[in-house]
Design a protein around this ligand. Structure first.
Ligand code: FAD
Length: 357
């Protein structure tokens, strides 16, 4: 099979790339998405199957690519099918780091769960249903671990969170379910030795072009120039997955029409929700921190936050329980990077500083 454009991967970036291809007027039969998952890119509702099919996009699902030959523009699936492309977008994302990767004893036991793809989420839901009021251990205290712990609590599970697999005090934690959230790593193995890599990802320019002609990389796998900080970085978050995918597709169409587009100018944005709490963070979490607001567990509003200050300027801002306007204000502060005269004054002004900036 041959296509003008192939997106390899069926996650967030793939879905947004497909949407941008549709916006740019891709013709029926020109574009294929190849994904090892059995379902279409799922960040519903925006990217449902119903959205993708009418545009004449070939969804080649349940198909894992096991070999990529960038020189001959060929991808080969586990079942031995060959796919040719003129332009390739690599959107293979990340894979979870497993306990077996560290050689942890008992890592292959039953009822140890990871969460990256929808079938893994389904398996976890089944296990939760099967063990009403059970005990769960969540390994890893990142935002995914925290969100999962909240979800398990809501399902009446007794949850212990640990950040070390082997408890140093020798205690044994009983668990019906163990959920592991210890990070991910970008899926670049298919391209090793064929493409330039940096900081664990595939190196791109501001248009997500890689070192190989007609090959782009977006989302978690891309190491790209972060203009705001004059540095190359990799970002594992949905906001960047969406925006980088759109940028790459815009760049592809612009170059086909002899036009140019502006460089990617990304402001890091992260968010998380647990119970009735939800936070947003913009910018860079480097330098000194200044806390503000009411962070007491008994607080009725839970409105608190933090600024990060580097070289006398605000470079990052975090806010819990912000209104849409307040979140916009902290985003603006992180982008504009206003100077700070006194850290004490900043702590006193708190959110007012961002709103007035
Ligand atoms: P992915 O969405 O991972 O997609 C990669 C796709 O490529 C998958 O479909 C995979 O099957 C496919 N693929 C890989 N290799 C092959 C191959 N060889 N052949 C065929 N197909 C292949 N980010 C936030 O900003 N906020 C959040 O609250 C948040 N919550 C998250 C919660 C969970 C449980 C997880 C796992 C991630 C979360 N993230 C969050 C991170 C976010 O989901 C990722 O940054 C985002 O999905 C990256 O998009 P991507 O398209 O690059 O990769």
């Amino acid at each position: 099979m041959a296509f003008k454009y192939v997106i390899l991967g069926g996650g967030v970036a793939a879905g947004y790339a497909a949407r941008e291809f549709a916006n740019q007027g891709v013709k029926p039969g020109e574009l294929a998405i190849i994904s090892k998952e059995a379902v279409a890119p799922y960040e519903r509702p925006a990217l449902s199957k119903a959205y993708l099919f009418p545009e004449g996009i070939s969804l080649i699902l349940g198909t894992e690519i096991v070999k990529a030959d960038l020189a001959s523009k060929t991808l080969i699936s586990a079942a031995g099918e060959t796919y040719k492309y003129q332009t390739l977008i690599i959107a293979t994302g990340s894979t979870v780091i497993r306990l077996t990767d560290f050689g942890v004893q008992g890592a292959d036991a039953k009822n140890i769960f990871y969460l990256r793809e929808i079938d893994e989420a389904d398996e976890l839901v089944e296990a939760i249903k099967a063990k009403k009021n059970g005990k769960a251990v969540v390994v890893g205290g990142g935002y995914i671990g925290l969100e999962l712990s909240a979800a398990l609590r809501i399902n009446n599970f007794d949850v212990s969170m640990v950040t070390d697999v082997k408890l140093k005090d020798g205690r044994v934690l009983e668990a019906d379910i163990v959920v592991v959230g210890v990070g991910g790593k970008p899926l670049t193995t298919l391209f090793k030795g064929q493409i330039e890599e940096e900081k664990g990802g595939i190196k791109t320019d501001s248009f997500f072009k890689t070192s190989v002609p007609d090959v782009y990389a977006v989302g978690d796998v891309a190491t790209f120039p972060m203009k705001l900080y004059d540095e190359i970085r990799r970002v594992e978050h949905v906001d960047h997955a969406r925006k980088s995918a759109e940028q790459a597709v815009k760049a592809i169409f612009a170059s086909e029409h002899g036009k140019s587009i502006s460089e990617y100018d990304y402001l890091p944005y992260f968010y998380s929700r647990a119970f009735d709490l939800s936070w947003q963070f913009y910018g860079d979490n480097v330098g000194e921190t200044v806390l503000f607001g009411d962070s007491k567990p008994t607080s009725p509003t839970h409105k608190f936050g933090s600024y990060w200050i580097k070289d006398g300027k605000v470079v990052g801002a975090f806010l819990e329980s912000g209104t849409p306007e307040e979140n916009k204000a902290i985003a603006k502060v992180a982008r504009v990077q206003p100077p700070v005269e006194s850290l004490d004054q900043l702590a006193t002004e708190g959110l007012t500083f961002a709103i007035g900036a």
